[in-house]
Design a protein around this ligand. Structure first.
Ligand code: S3P
Length: 179
């Protein structure tokens, strides 16, 4: 009997860590579909992330985020298909999301990057509602570190996206391709 095993490899980390870019490149390399959770939220609501925060507030954003995450992992399980999933910076901080990912045996890879590097990256990009000022950014970073540290693996994302992908591939979490 053929046993089919589907896997979810999720990239987590703070805003600006390069989760979406690395996930896209990684998916191309391993030949798995890539799902970006923020993009799923935008597609499902027809609203940009800052619009959701402004019009509905953060609790409603978190509700939608959980709903979409549940859909993504549910689809992967139903189709028995593996996925590379780029999460939002706050996704694994929400206990219900972490529980869902653990229940589906997702592998969590933390893209670690110093706050000094993330600050200028995020200051230039205007679509991040949780980037208010430097002090609150640093506070949020500190608050979230323990959640990211609870990931299964850590890679250094203070480097080029291709180097990030190389580190993830070197973790040995992907099945070996045999000729
Ligand atoms: C958030 C990060 C954002 C997005 C939303 C909330 C967070 O994603 O999900 O603005 O709580 O840190 P990125 O990490 O991709 O910026």
């Amino acid at each position: 009997m053929e046993v089919r095993v589907h896997r979810l490899v999720c990239l987590t980390g703070f805003m600006g860590a390069g989760k979406s870019t690395a996930a896209q490149l990684l998916a191309r390399q391993v030949g798995w579909p890539h799902v970006d959770l923020d993009k799923r939220i935008v597609d499902a609501t027809g609203l940009e992330i800052p619009e959701i925060f402004a019009q509905k507030g953060e609790p409603e954003f978190r509700r939608i985020e959980h709903e979409q995450l549940a859909r993504v992992v549910g689809e992967a399980a139903e189709l028995q298909q593996s996925r590379i999933l780029s999460l939002g910076g706050g996704t694994t901080v929400q206990p219900q999301n972490l529980a869902l990912l653990r229940q589906h045996r997702a592998t969590l890879v933390w893209l670690e990057c110093p706050v000094e590097v993330l600050l200028p990256r995020c200051a230039q990009i205007t679509n991040r509602p949780l980037f208010r000022d430097e002090a609150s950014f640093r506070r949020l970073y500190e608050q979230r570190l323990p959640f990211y540290q609870a990931s299964d693996y850590r890679v250094d994302s203070n480097t080029e996206p291709l180097r990030v992908v190389e580190q993830i591939l070197a973790l040995g979490i992907f099945p070996k391709v045999t000729a």
